[in-house]
Design a protein around this ligand. Structure first.
Ligand SMILES: [Cu+2]
Length: 237
């Protein structure tokens, strides 16, 4: 009986805390990333060196660097660069995932928190050698010779960005943004992004693209409010 009362009290306290946190943490930063001007040409990748890759992509395929559709700029990593000093955030229990599929990394750009598990899959029936090149965490270099093989890794320090390459297929690359906060997003096919659940405050938001470079903006998020940060990249910027 006593235990039951205690449990009920604990549950109520947890609900009260959750509600309190909900109202104070409901801010967000939304925006769209645009590429103004003629989109740079996408590189044609030849995969004939590996028959399994060629079979997945007959005649090769275009690279993932400049994915621009009607100006909407995909695969731009947008994150809170500054404004969270002194705050700590729980590491998600859910792992982040990256797959090797059709001899390309999928996704090409993603974010993860320091200490969060990264599940690396091999969806291909061929040898990939995943080679991560962080400068602030330990590098790793793992052969993944079989389809459906999985390895798990973690990063120990924030770093934007950590480059991944495959030592077997030189066209393969991915970029992983490692942060000590959960406030990041990757622009989608329509160029939009949303960074959710930001505490009220003033922040520097950076938009990072592997070839187009970086841009920053200052935003202020109020309780329950949302701020907008649109970014426009130009040729040669
Ligand atoms: Cu590979």
């Amino acid at each position: 009986m006593k235990t039951g009362v205690l449990r009920a009290t604990t549950a109520l306290t947890a609900m009260a805390l959750a509600c309190g946190a909900g109202s104070a943490w409901a801010g967000s930063v939304k925006g769209k990333v645009t590429f103004a001007g003629d989109p740079p040409q996408r590189r044609q990748i030849q995969m004939s060196a590996d028959p399994k890759c060629e079979a997945a992509n007959p005649g090769g395929r275009l690279g993932d660097v400049y994915l621009i559709n009607g100006g909407a700029f995909q695969n731009v990593f947008v994150y809170v660069k500054d404004g969270l000093a002194g705050k700590t955030f729980p590491v998600p229990a859910e792992p982040a995932e990256i797959d090797q599929k059709g001899c390309m990394y999928s996704p090409h750009v993603l974010g993860i928190m320091v200490g969060q598990e990264l599940v690396i899959k091999n969806g291909d029936d061929t040898l990939h050698n995943v080679h991560a090149l962080p400068e602030k965490s330990k590098q790793f270099n793992n052969a993944m010779p079989m389809k459906d093989m999985v390895i798990k890794k973690k990063f120990t320090a924030p770093e934007v960005m950590v480059r991944f390459k495959c030592d077997v297929h030189p066209w393969m690359s991915a970029f992983i943004g490692v942060l000590d906060n959960p406030f990041y997003a990757v622009s989608g096919a329509d160029g939009t992004f949303e960074i959710k659940n930001l505490p009220a405050g003033s922040y520097t938001i950076e938009a990072w693209h592997e070839a187009a470079g970086t841009q920053t903006q200052q935003v202020t998020v109020t309780d329950d409010g949302s701020a907008t940060a649109d970014f426009t990249f130009k040729p040669g910027s």
